[in-house]
Design a protein around this ligand. Structure first.
Ligand code: KIV
Length: 272
């Protein structure tokens, strides 16, 4: 049996093993070499090059302007800072509109150092993309709930899955992305009870952000957990871990400890 230890680099199969072992996964975004090094040395399991870089690095109002070249560049510079953490790169807006486009982008990210790609949504064409990448041995992380690339359709950044029908659809979508081959799933801004049910019914790990404490892991945007003023409204699920930690490394360790001991997120950082 392969057991993930602190000295062994993370692998994709080890994610599912962590869920079976009841070990919480700690995920954090990073966008450059120096912060990637700190995250890696401070015990982060999964580093995400989020397209949130459009907001917190590039200063846009949404993630829509982020390009494949942007994610490829940030993947390359973050990869140089990692020894242990698994590196996941976001598929930017419409780069996953067709299986062929998605494969081209995913190859660029994997060749730049990513080990998995993340894509938003579970529409029929997204399921086809997940299947297409999975069949070509490209590990996929799905992303459901509040999918920021859908902001124009959602009309803003809102909690998803609150009504019964929406909750049932979200659960069905989660099962569909798993069946299509996703090996990890981010749940964003979903009521805690629903995220708990989804986590219990899937065998792949769920990573919550505003999805309550019962997910199999948690993710935050680096700038948010350091309490940086990015000029954007801070959602309820954000917690400043720099306060009282004394250093960036201390903040990242405090975040990891809180995820692993179940104290983050608490009710104040979750949705009912
Ligand atoms: O882009 C990003 O940083 C993300 C996380 C918020 C999950 O998708």
């Amino acid at each position: 049996m392969s057991i993930q230890t602190d000295t062994k680099p993370w692998t994709v199969p080890a994610l599912a093993q962590a869920k079976r072992d009841g070990r919480k996964l700690v995920m954090l975004t990073a966008y450059d070499y120096s912060f990637a090094r700190i995250a890696d040395a401070s015990g982060v399991d999964i580093v995400l090059i989020g397209d949130s870089l459009g907001n917190v690095v590039q200063g846009h109002d949404s993630t829509l302007p982020v390009s494949v070249a942007d994610i490829e560049y940030h993947t390359r510079i973050v990869a140089r800072g990692l020894n242990q953490a698994l590196l996941v790169s976001d598929m930017p807006y419409q780069s996953d509109a067709t299986p062929e486009r998605a494969l081209d982008a995913a190859i660029r990210f994997l060749q730049a150092g990513a080990e998995m790609v993340k894509l938003e949504g579970a529409g029929a064409h997204k399921l086809e993309v997940i299947r297409y990448l999975h069949e070509r041995e490209i590990p996929v992380c799905a992303h459901l709930g509040l999918t920021p690339q859908s902001v124009l359709v959602f009309g803003g950044y809102k909690v998803q899955g609150r009504e019964d029908a929406a909750a049932a659809k979200l659960l069905a979508d989660a099962k569909a992305v798993e069946a299509a081959g996703a090996q990890l799933i981010v749940l964003e801004c979903v009521p805690s009870k629903l995220a708990e049910k989804i986590s219990a019914e899937l065998s792949i790990p769920t990573i919550g952000i505003g999805a309550g404490p019962q997910c199999d892991g948690q993710v935050l945007v680096l700038h948010d957990m350091l309490g940086l003023d990015t000029g954007h409204r801070k959602p309820k699920f954000v917690k400043n871990f720099l306060e009282g930690s004394g250093s960036v490394a201390g903040a990242v360790r405090a975040y990891g400890d809180a995820v692993r001991d179940g104290s983050f997120p608490d009710e104040a950082h979750s949705y009912a």
